[in-house]
Design a binder for this molecule. Structure first.
Ligand SMILES: NC(=O)c1ccc[n+]([C@@H]2O[C@H](COP(=O)([O-])OP(=O)(O)OC[C@H]3O[C@@H](n4cnc5c(N)ncnc54)[C@H](OP(=O)(O)O)[C@@H]3O)[C@@H](O)[C@H]2O)c1
Length: 419
């Protein structure tokens, strides 16, 4: 008897993770069928994906783009039965993540825009392939609690968390056997750049990652090392580990994707080429293994594997994320929201690279000054979204106060040791 096709919904199909997911799916037509594709506005990419994968429905968040796509579908596919439905209304779009026809939801929208659909998929008990780390940063307690109630399986496709997932023994609570989790970081494009040159960094420089090809927001996050900070918070929720047992180590070759140190002194690492198709294929098929299209790692061709401590003075975003995790409550959500605003402003030329951590720190201070209630973790998704909106408003007001582009960044007062 043939195996039943697994039906997949990809939220963020037109992005970097979306494209890699479709590249893996394309290799396994006997296992997977694309049921749903969701994007924001890049309908040319979506159109090509519709023609190749024939989804039953597509979601387009931007109403103008949705109408353009609908018009094109009517023009070019005269038979209504062959056309996917186009959904644009926000609630209906979110509801696509809980569609009973879907087995696997790939959460690959960038930023807080991905929160509602990730939440819907978790609530509906789906297998959720999680790329949207911002969901766990903003609402980790809520997402994990809901997953255990609904039976949802969250499998991380962030390469570091997927590596840890692969290294952890199935069914053993990490706390009993694990000493610490070690997340590797490439160090980004400015790993060796002196602090004195940071004032000249442009968006193009920041988006030129040495090892990974990614969307613009996560590329800037890698350059500031906020990406690693968000990943520390994501790891804390996914694996139930406190911040002091999550270490970050810079590993410029991006071959060792992360490691787990056990109480008996053993250290397990997951290695491979820096290609997201590997963790995506792992998460799609788990506990099976399927071919991903990624070339084998040739160990003899690897010139060396290097590891060094991160520099939280040049990269204060990493320190800010650790502090937010330790503070708890709305602090991680605030850091993530302020970061998204800061990165958007940097990409638009309204903030300098060095002003990104300044804005995040100022926003966090302003939100924490509001009183003790900010130390309570948000207990509903509506509260999370409302608090996110408020943090963004504080960050936007902060940008308006930062009139001078390129002003000196404050050297962090607390040089927290991250190891
Ligand atoms: N890229 C990587 O290697 C990588 C690795 C680990 C984790 N991640 C995480 O994966 C997520 C996606 O990253 P990415 O690099 O793939 O980003 P990306 O290339 O910028 O793609 C973002 C995707 O989200 C869609 N989108 C944005 N706003 C939306 C909205 N309001 N409604 C619906 N769709 C929306 C975009 O649609 P349009 O194209 O139409 O704008 C696009 O499909 C991020 O959370 C990132 O941190 C990425």
């Amino acid at each position: 008897m043939g195996r039943r096709l697994k039906k997949i919904a990809i939220f963020g199909s037109t992005g970097s993770i979306g494209a890699s997911t479709l590249a893996v799916i394309q290799r396994h037509p006997d296992r997977y069928a694309v049921e749903t594709l969701v994007a924001h506005a890049r309908i040319d990419i979506l159109w090509a994906q519709i023609q190749r994968f024939h989804p039953r429905q597509v979601g387009v968040a931007d109403p103008v783009a949705a109408q353009l796509l609908r018009d094109r579908l009517h023009r070019e596919i005269p038979d209504a039965d062959q056309r996917p439905a186009v959904i644009e209304e926000a609630d209906a779009l979110t509801a696509l993540a809980s569609d009973s026809a879907v087995d696997i939801v790939v959460a690959a929208i960038v930023g807080t825009a991905g929160l509602a659909s990730t939440w819907a998929a978790i609530q509906a008990g789906k297998r959720v392939l999680l790329a949207n780390k911002e969901s766990l940063v903003a609402a980790g307690a809520l997402m994990m609690r809901t997953a255990s109630a609904s039976g949802a399986t969250i499998i991380p496709i962030d390469s570091e968390h997927n590596a840890i997932f692969q290294c952890l023994p199935v069914g053993v609570p990490p706390s009993s056997a694990v000493e610490k989790l070690i997340l590797t970081a490439s160090g980004g494009p400015f790993r060796t750049l002196p602090a004195s040159d940071f004032a000249h960094i442009t968006p193009e420089d920041a988006c030129r990652h040495p090892n990974w090809s990614m969307g613009r927001k996560i590329s800037v996050d890698s350059a500031t090392m906020m990406n690693k900070g968000l990943e520390v918070i994501e790891a804390a929720w996914l694996f139930g580990m406190p911040p002091e047992r999550i270490e970050v180590v810079v590993h410029p070759e991006s071959i060792v994707h992360s490691l787990v140190q056990f109480v008996d002194g053993s250290v397990l690492a997951q290695m491979g080429r820096p290609d997201m198709c590997t963790p995506i294929a792992h998460a799609l098929a788990w506990p099976d293994r399927i071919e991903s299209g990624v070339e084998n790692l040739d160990l003899c061709a690897v010139s060396g594997l290097h590891f060094e401590a991160p520099d939280v003075v040049r990269f204060p975003c990493l320190r800010l994320a650790y502090e937010a995790l330790q503070l708890g409550g709305v602090a991680p959500l605030t850091v993530s929201a302020a970061n998204e605003i800061a990165v958007g402003a940097f990409l638009d030329g309204r903030l300098s690279f060095m002003q990104i951590p300044m804005l995040i720190e100022q926003t966090l201070e302003a939100v924490l000054a509001e009183g003790s209630a900010v130390y309570n973790p948000p207990d509903s998704i509506d509260t999370v979204l409302e608090l996110d909106k408020q943090a963004r408003a504080v960050a936007v007001a902060g940008i308006n106060r930062m009139k001078v582009i390129g002003s000196q960044v404050r050297i962090p007062s607390k040089q927290q040791v991250v190891r």
